[in-house]
Design a protein around this ligand. Structure first.
Ligand code: FES
Ligand SMILES: [Fe+2]
Length: 379
């Protein structure tokens, strides 16, 4: 259920510099670095010569050099130097690493993992409040031993807080969800609901005398395939939690999150602001990591599952378009024999790259299954 042809959050912008950085996304290894114009370059991490890890090499201007035999690759993935060759020996056309489009937004580096040209790519998830007047941002991340689809479903599930978060914002005395507005489109959807907050506890019960707290307006939004956003409107104050649930591999997810708030914006309150999502995720983790089967099955659903059900349909639509990445090849019994490479946009323009890595062990040349990714045989 891992999909190509979307923008994925790779890392905080501040964590990428002129030293190569190894990143694992979608079960694949990538190397990221900044070129001389400070733009972020994202390449497949495996050198096509003997499969050396480029992240162990070093950056020279706009290029990266493999640490094994020193082949030098430009930021577009083209090899421009093979040190062991005599001058004018020429460079094989397949000495070309997949290079992926990047952009920096909301303090993160995003990598487009797929081969669609720019005009055909899904829309970029918006966050217009970021950097806006009066909004304060804090960042964090949380690791789950669960597939990202289960984590996303949890994030857009409006019926679980009274049970899973009953000691914080969930109201166990009011679990019914009968008034909400659903809005769906081609790349996601949202569900707006009024929440009755739980009664005040502890000292707050005496400070804020009134027993009935005002209703809170919430909106939960999904952007395919792995971004969710929670808006909480307290009237005078607003709060947003923007989550990128990044598939590290088929069974591991890291949620990279930005929390935006319009209240208590002094940095003194940042530590407390970071604690809240962490506490919520720890409660969700108990449930999400014990769900079986791990992948999303067709199960019983009720009206509050409308957005999760829409999510499943959208996932299926992407699979029908051939955007699925064959995880069984990445996670085969002998991963060193077969590797999958997510195709980059160049494969649509350069004929020699179209089938690069479609090789079988024993020297058989590709053809093979074209779905999702090219394969790299043992080299
Ligand atoms: S493995 Fe990279 S240059 Fe040989
Ligand atoms: Fe939750």
């Amino acid at each position: 259920m891992i999909l190509k042809n979307f923008w994925y959050v790779a890392e905080l912008s501040s964590a990428i510099n002129h030293t190569p950085k190894h990143i694992t996304l979608l079960g694949q290894d990538f190397v990221l670095y900044r070129n001389t114009q400070n733009q972020v370059v994202a390449l497949n991490n495996l050198c096509p010569h003997r499969g050396g890890a480029l992240s162990g090499g070093w950056v020279e201007g706009n290029c990266i050099r493999c640490p094994y035999h020193g082949w030098k690759y430009q930021s577009d993935g083209v090899c421009i130097e093979i040190p062991a060759n005599p001058p004018n020996a020429g460079i094989p056309k397949l000495a070309h690493v997949d290079s992926y489009p990047t952009q920096e937004k909301y303090g993160w580096v995003w990598v487009f993992l797929g081969d669609l040209p720019e005009s055909e790519r899904p829309p970029f998830p918006p966050l217009p409040e970021f950097g806006g007047n009066g909004w304060k941002a804090v960042y964090g991340e949380f690791k789950w031993n669960a597939p990202y689809t289960r984590v996303v479903e949890n994030s857009i599930d409006i019926a679980h807080p009274p049970f899973v978060h009953s000691d914080t914002f969930g109201n166990q005395f009011n679990p019914q969800r009968d008034h909400y507005e659903l809005d769906l489109d081609e790349w996601g959807g949202s569900i707006a609901a009024v929440i009755k907050p739980p009664p005040q506890r502890g000292i707050w019960k005496f400070i804020l005398r009134h027993k009935n707290r005002p209703d809170i307006l919430t909106k939960t939004t999904l952007y395919m395939p792995n971004i969710t956003r929670l808006d909480v409107d307290f009237g005078a104050f607003k709060f947003i939690l923007f989550n990128a649930h990044v598939p590290i591999d088929a069974k591991t997810t890291v949620t990279k999150w930005i929390q935006l708030r319009t209240f208590l914006t002094h940095p003194l309150f940042d530590r407390d602001a970071r604690k809240r999502p962490l506490k919520t995720f720890l409660q969700d983790q108990q449930v999400v990591e014990s769900q079986r089967p791990e992948l999303l099955p067709a199960t019983l659903s009720v009206h509050t599952d409308t957005l999760p059900m829409a999510y499943r349909k959208l996932l299926q639509k992407c699979l029908d378009k051939g955007w699925g990445i064959r995880q069984h090849l990445i996670q085969s019994d002998s991963p060193s024999v077969q590797r999958v490479v997510i195709p980059s946009p160049v494969r649509r323009q350069a004929p020699e790259m179209a089938k690069a890595w479609e090789r079988r062990e024993g020297g058989q040349e590709g053809g093979g299954e074209a779905e999702g990714a090219g394969e790299m045989g043992e080299m």
